[in-house]
Design a protein around this ligand. Structure first.
Ligand code: SF4
Ligand code: MG
Length: 326
């Protein structure tokens, strides 16, 4: 909750007044056990940084991450390793994330080198079982990553991620590099594994249609801030934030009742080094009001399953168009 992440910048690369990029700024959300929480936004909006902060692969400058009874940001050493083990990651590039010189058995079995007890009495049997669980033949155990297709490699990455029975699996653009037909197979596999093992997913993607098929709740991120969080169905039927509406209008809808007029976003994504004052979306928002470039909107709960950060909804969730804040 309320995680801040500022990247110290290399000298001369970019520089703002403070010398820091606000990659993730004052972001707050909860992920419920057993759900798939989708995180959507354009590339560079801070999604991957947020996941790296959660996994403690990158340190946050301030904030708190409650996970399984402790504040992850305060843990060190053995305690941190114990909690880290319960969170695993599936990466975007199924080839780059697998060591080409190690066999599939060594790759999937690697987590057991640190956590021996997790393999049970027979490590090889356990690895073979993991291969089966992700839909691969146990006979593949001695093969190398280059012998597999992209989809198979991603299955290997998933087997590695679930080897230690994690509670949370972070999937960062996990299917983005795959062909569309292969994508749906991998998404189905993730769903099956979730049902079987009660996994919780943080599912990160720039692709709203992929996120839609996976998620029970969805957060939309823009320039390091979450601008809207809602139940998946609610978000698609009743998006509030102008940025979410623009993203949604760009996906083809099979059901004409839901087809929306395409909203074209004007202007480029501003630099995260110097985000616009007030609402960060104000330079591209067709509904911007004078207050928008001055005051950052608060994140407001507008119903039990919907929260949004936009001045349009400050009057009890009803669009006002008024800039009078009383
Ligand atoms: Fe647009 Fe203003 Fe809402 Fe930001 S706060 S999304 S600029 S209407
Ligand atoms: Mg990314």
């Amino acid at each position: 909750s309320h995680v801040k992440k500022y990247f110290p910048l290399k000298k001369g690369l970019f520089a703002n007044r403070h010398g820091y990029v606000k990659a993730v700024d004052d972001v707050s959300f909860s992920i419920f056990k057993g759900e798939t929480f989708g995180l959507v936004g354009e590339s560079g909006c801070g999604k991957s940084t947020l996941s790296r902060v959660l996994m403690r692969l990158t340190d946050a400058d301030s904030g708190e991450i409650r996970f399984d009874g402790s504040d992850l940001l305060k843990l060190k050493g053995k305690e941190l390793r114990r909690q880290r083990r319960k969170m695993q990651m599936v990466f975007q590039k199924p080839f780059e994330s697998l060591n080409p010189r190690r066999t599939v058995g060594e790759i999937i079995g690697a987590p057991f080198e640190i956590h021996r007890e997790a393999a049970g009495p027979d490590k090889e049997q356990r690895v073979k079982r993991l291969l089966e669980l992700v839909g691969l033949s146990p006979h593949y155990i001695n093969r190398y990553p280059h012998e597999f297709s992209g989809g198979q490699r991603q299955r290997i990455g998933i087997a590695r991620a679930i080897a230690l029975n994690p509670k949370l699996v972070v999937c960062d653009e996990a299917v983005s590099a795959l062909d569309v037909s292969i994508q749906s197979q991998i998404l189905n596999l993730l769903n099956e594994l979730q049902n079987e093992f009660g996994l919780t997913y943080l599912f990160i993607s720039h692709n709203l249609s992929v996120v839609r098929h996976m998620s029970s709740r969805i957060a939309v991120m823009y320039l390091g801030k979450i601008v809207e969080i809602a139940d998946a169905g609610e978000l698609y039927a009743n998006a509030k934030h102008p940025y979410t509406k623009a993203l949604l209008s760009a996906i083809p809808m099979p059901d004409p009742d839901f087809a929306k007029e395409r909203i074209i976003l004007s202007g480029d994504v501003p630099s995260p080094v110097n985000p616009p004052a007030g609402c960060r979306f104000c330079t591209r928002c067709a509904e911007a009001m004078p207050i928008c470039s001055e005051v950052a909107p608060d994140f407001m709960q507008i119903s039990d399953k919907h929260a949004v950060a936009c001045h349009l909804y400050e009057n009890g969730g009803n669009p006002t168009g008024s800039t009078d804040r009383g």
